[in-house]
Design a protein around this ligand. Structure first.
Ligand SMILES: [Zn+2]
Length: 198
């Protein structure tokens, strides 16, 4: 089946989204044109607006349309505590717990020398500027517990220590409500290593 030139371009354009192949792209394009042109219009409008206006907070690099985000601007947050995460979605996850009082620094992913992603690419320059302001007393490393996330955490830990700032890593272990026999060996081993005094 051959589509008109504009339809072809639209289907192709949907494929910029992660995980969207030719079939899903077709389905999305047809859905909007056949069933929800109004929704498509809204999507197009908001995409244009967001791409023009959404930038990064100059302190933590969360995506937002103001120079400084609402978290960094909140006077009630503990400015001595800085949590390092690998992406904006991780800030949202921690915020949802409602239990973290400090501020954040969002990296552009993790270190990956093989893919040419070194300290500069993930934003370490800006991080060093951030911890050099003397307000940060503790850095909490909340990068993923993957090999790359751990390597990134080690790298940053060294850096933070060289500035004489306390550095901590979020604990990994047995999930709440988890039964030991269903937990993978790696997680259980780490939980045993990181045991705490009760
Ligand atoms: Zn911010």
């Amino acid at each position: 089946m051959s589509f008109s030139p504009l339809l072809k371009q639209l289907i192709e354009a949907f494929r910029v989204l992660p995980g969207v192949g030719p079939k899903s792209a077709q389905r999305m394009a047809f859905y909007l044109l056949e069933r929800d042109r109004e929704g498509g219009q809204r999507l197009a409008h908001l995409l244009t607006q967001a791409i023009k206006q959404v930038g990064q907070c100059e302190h933590c690099r969360i995506l937002c349309e103001k120079p400084v985000c609402a978290i960094c601007d909140n006077k009630n947050r503990d400015r001595s505590l800085l949590c390092v995460v690998q992406g904006p979605a991780h800030v949202a996850a921690i915020e949802q717990t409602g239990g973290y009082p400090g501020l954040y620094f969002v990296l552009q992913g993790h270190l990956s020398p093989i893919d040419g992603r070194g300290p500069k690419e993930i934003g370490i320059d800006a991080f060093v500027r951030r911890i050099s302001t003397n307000t940060v007393k503790e850095v909490v490393l909340a990068t993923n517990s993957t090999v790359e996330g751990e390597a990134t955490a080690y790298y940053i830990a060294d850096l933070v220590k060289s500035h004489n700032i306390k550095v901590t890593r979020i604990a990994h272990g047995v999930p709440m409500g988890g039964e030991l026999e269903y937990i993978d060996g790696g997680t259980l081993a780490k939980a045993l290593l990181d045991r705490t005094l009760v």
